[in-house]
Write a new protein. Structure first.
Length: 428
């Protein structure tokens, strides 16, 4: 699979000729209109076996072999070039495909309102072949230990049709906000806990859930040990029924990190108690904050390296956003919130505004600036094939369990193509 970055003067026809792939195939897999102009800096995924690399100054076959997971001898043989001669700058080399990494892939889906939008259901249907888990968000805990269910519609049957494990997400949400008060009630009242666990297990059996996923956030700092005790109790009950148990964790870089979102999430304890964790490695750039990448590779790496220092790497799923944000400048705290948009919508916006897409190699994230019709400047950070591939490389480097997406319904076709290229998706 080739990631092609559109350069000035590129056309779909020219790219098609360069790689020997039909124009309509490139347009179809990237979900682009063949009549639309390409955006400079836009990435396209080209469905070929392996990839091509154009030699840069200082490259050697030995260094390229290490970089691409093969050997200098193999590269020399495949490309029919001498093993020990310097490589001319600009030479096109064919890089054979790597062995695929076995990984689990989860995606949350969040129906809102009074009915599931057809497009959201279709997004789940399209993603299901690439998923290990599908996680409708969410079963909200009531203060008496009962549950308020999400809209499920066809999600259970969609999961079953593709051998996807249905994940039952249980949250302490009240009025669309994570509630520390509700968390305290649940974590410190044994009678309510027992009722809650009974309701979870009954619901899981009725609706076909096979993983129970606790996403309890904004907990009181003093409830850290209470949360650990609750999870031990829950794990015993849940495993006795043959289900998996997992949790969602805020992105921490040390065990000493404190605060309402962090203190009560004990990485080491969760690593011992549950089958796996989803670490929410996104929202550095968020709707109410200043413009910056949503999941810059450096901070993501710091969080994951801390996580695998206190729990097995094969229990860690890296969280990944399927969206970006459009900020109005200048940023003012408490001012207008940034608008969320999908990677496809970001490219369409850059096309309409006739601006090139730039790439921050340190953050491994694409971005661009534009001025709206009212004369206001905007900054957009989003995700593309390059940024996703960088995260996938990190998953493989650290030996993680896999990737968890927040959330379906935001078009990003290149992501799913790259899953196929990089991973053998585990089906449970």
């Amino acid at each position: 699979m080739q990631i092609h970055v559109v350069q000035p003067g590129n056309t779909l026809y020219g790219i098609s000729q360069a790689y020997g792939v039909p124009v309509n195939t490139i347009a179809q897999v990237n979900q682009i209109n063949m009549q639309s102009s390409l955006v400079v800096g836009q990435t396209l995924v080209i469905p070929i076996t392996g990839m091509y690399y154009w030699v840069r100054a200082g490259d050697t076959l030995f260094e390229l072999g290490r970089r691409f997971g093969t050997s200098a001898r193999t590269l020399a043989r495949i490309n029919r070039i001498p093993l020990n001669r310097p490589l001319p700058v600009g030479l096109r080399l064919y890089i054979p495909p790597r062995a695929k990494y076995r990984a689990e892939i989860n995606a949350y889906v969040e129906p809102r309102g009074t009915e599931v939008a057809p497009g959201l259901e279709q997004a789940a249907r399209d993603a299901a072949p690439y998923l290990t888990y599908l996680a409708p968000f969410s079963y909200q805990i009531n203060r008496d230990g009962t549950l308020r269910p999400p809209l499920l519609n066809q999600f259970p049957s969609i999961a079953a049709s593709q051998n996807v494990t249905l994940m039952m997400v249980v949250t302490n949400l009240e009025n669309d906000q994570f509630s520390s008060e509700l968390g305290a009630i649940i974590l410190n009242n044994e009678e309510i806990q027992n009722r809650l666990l009974n309701n979870i297990i009954t619901t899981a059996k009725q609706r076909g859930f096979r993983d129970i996923h606790f996403d309890l956030e904004f907990l009181r700092e003093e409830d850290r040990e209470a949360y650990n005790r609750f999870l031990r109790k829950a794990a015993a009950r849940i495993r006795a029924e043959g289900f998996l148990i997992s949790t969602a964790l805020a992105p921490k870089t040390s065990g000493e990190q404190t605060g309402a979102w962090y203190t009560a999430h004990d990485y080491a304890a969760h690593g011992q108690i549950v089958d796996f964790v989803v670490i929410m490695t996104y929202e550095w750039g968020y709707s109410g904050g200043p413009p910056m990448p949503v999941s810059p590779i450096g901070p993501v790496r710091q969080v994951l390296e801390y996580a695998i220092s206190v729990m097995p790497a094969n229990k860690v799923m890296m969280g990944q956003n399927l969206y970006g944000y459009d900020w109005t400048l200048p940023y003012v705290a408490g001012g207008p919130y940034a608008r969320a948009l999908s990677p496809q919508a970001a490219i369409d916006l850059a096309r309409r505004q006739n601006v090139a897409i730039m790439y921050d190699y340190r953050a491994q994230a694409p971005h661009f600036d534009y001025w709206d019709a009212e004369g206001k400047q905007h900054k957009v950070w989003f995700e593309d094939a390059r940024s996703i591939q960088a995260k996938f490389n990190l998953v493989k480097e650290l030996g993680l369990r896999g990737v968890s997406y927040w959330k379906l319904g935001l078009p990003f076709p290149q992501n799913w193509l790259l899953i196929t290229e990089n991973f053998e998706v585990v089906k449970r």
